[in-house]
Design a protein around this ligand. Structure first.
Ligand code: C2E
Ligand code: MG
Ligand code: MG
Ligand code: MG
Length: 281
C-alpha cells in the first residue's frame, strides 16, 4: 500500500519535472518565431500620483499568448530569454513597440505622461555601446526623454559590470528617468541608493501587501520614503490592492502608486481611454 502510494507520488513528481522541462524547451525553441509572428503584445498598467490623484503614466508589461500553453507569464519567459540571449531581439521589439505607441499618443494627447519600460541587465550590457543613439531614436519618435522611465531590478545589479554606473549616468543625464524596481528585495538596497544614479525607487509588493497589518513593514516603508525624499528620489509603491493601504501610503508621503486597485495591466486601447479621460480632468 504505502510503497504503492510512494511510487505513485514519485511518478507524478517526475512527470511534473518532465512537463516543466518540456515547457522550458518549448519557450526556448519558439520565442523567436513567435516574436516574428507577432504573438507578443505590450500591456500598460496605470501609475497614479498620490498628490494629484491623477494618472501620471504607465508601466509597460509584456504579454505572450501562445496556442500551446495560453498566456505564459513574463516572470517565466523573461529569465529564459535572458539566459539564451533572446532578450536582445525581444528587448528591441519591446523598446520600439513602446516608442511607437508613445509617438502616437504624443500626437493625440500631448507629452504630459510617462511610460516605464522594464530593462534586463543583459540588455544594458549589450546596449552600452549604443547609448549615443538614444537621442536620435527619441527625436525620430517625437518623445521627450523625461517621458521614458527605465526600470532596472535591484537584484539585477548583482550581475552587472563596473561600466554600468557610468552608463546609467549617461542615460540619466539625457533626461531619461532611472527607476530601481523591486526595491527592498535585494540585500544591499541602501548601498544602491548611495551608488546608483536613480530618480525613482519602486517599493516591492512584499512590503506593501501587509502594510496595514504588519507594524514592521509600516516602519520600513516609512523610513524608506523619508530616506528617498531626503535624497530627492521619487517613491512608487507597487501592488496596491486595497483602499486602506493606499490611504496609508499617501499619509506616509509616497509619491505614486500602482496596483490592481488602481488599474490592472491593460491593452493599449484601454490605456488610451484612460489617458483621454485623464486629460479631461
Ligand atoms: P515588475 O516589473 O516588478 O512588474 C510588476 C508585476 O506585478 C507585473 O507582473 C504586474 O502585472 C504585477 N502587479 C501589478 N499590480 C499588482 C497588484 O496589485 N497585485 C499583484 N499581485 N500583482 C500586481 P507581470 O506583468 O506578470 O510581470 C512580472 C515581471 O516580469 C515584471 O515584474 C518584470 O520583472 C518582468 N517583465 C514584465 N514585462 C517585461 C518587459 O517588457 N521586459 C522585461 N525585461 N521584463 C518584463
Ligand atoms: Mg517593473
Ligand atoms: Mg517590481
Ligand atoms: Mg518584479
Amino acid at each position: 500500500e504505502i510503497t504503492g502510494k510512494r511510487s505513485k507520488r514519485y511518478l507524478l513528481c517526475t512527470e511534473n519535472i518532465i512537463l516543466k522541462k518540456e515547457r522550458h524547451m518549448w519557450i526556448e525553441a519558439n520565442l523567436i518565431n513567435e516574436l516574428e509572428e507577432n504573438k507578443f503584445e505590450m500591456y500598460y498598467q496605470p501609475q497614479f500620483g498620490l498628490e494629484s490623484n491623477n494618472i501620471t503614466g504607465f508601466e509597460s508589461l509584456i504579454r505572450w499568448n501562445t496556442e500551446k500553453y495560453g498566456f505564459i507569464s513574463p516572470a517565466e519567459f523573461i529569465p529564459i530569454a535572458e539566459s539564451t540571449g533572446h532578450i536582445i531581439p525581444l528587448g528591441n521589439w519591446i523598446f520600439s513597440t513602446v516608442c511607437k505607441q508613445m509617438s502616437e499618443w504624443n500626437k493625440l494627447y500631448g507629452t504630459n505622461y510617462s511610460i516605464a519600460i522594464n530593462i534586463s541587465p543583459a540588455q544594458l550590457n549589450h546596449y552600452g555601446q549604443y547609448v549615443d543613439m538614444l537621442d536620435d531614436i527619441l527625436i525620430k519618435y517625437g518623445i521627450l526623454p523625461e517621458q521614458l522611465h527605465f526600470e532596472i531590478t535591484e537584484t539585477s545589479f548583482l550581475h552587472l559590470s563596473d561600466q554600468i554606473v557610468p552608463l546609467l549616468e549617461k542615460i540619466k543625464n539625457k533626461g531619461i528617468h532611472i527607476a530601481l524596481d523591486d526595491f527592498g528585495t535585494g540585500y544591499s538596497s541602501v548601498l544602491y541608493l548611495r551608488d546608483l544614479p536613480i530618480n525613482i525607487i519602486k517599493i516591492d509588493r512584499v512590503f506593501v501587501k501587509e502594510l496595514t497589518i504588519n507594524e514592521r513593514d509600516k516602519k520600513i516603508i516609512k523610513t524608506l520614503i523619508e530616506l528617498a525624499r531626503s535624497l530627492r528620489i521619487q517613491v512608487v509603491a507597487e501592488g496596491i490592492e486595497d483602499e486602506v493601504t493606499l490611504h496609508h501610503l499617501k499619509s506616509l508621503g509616497c509619491h505614486s502608486a500602482q496596483g490592481y486597485l488602481l488599474g490592472k495591466p491593460m491593452e493599449s486601447v484601454a490605456a488610451e481611454k484612460l489617458l483621454t479621460e485623464n486629460l479631461k480632468n
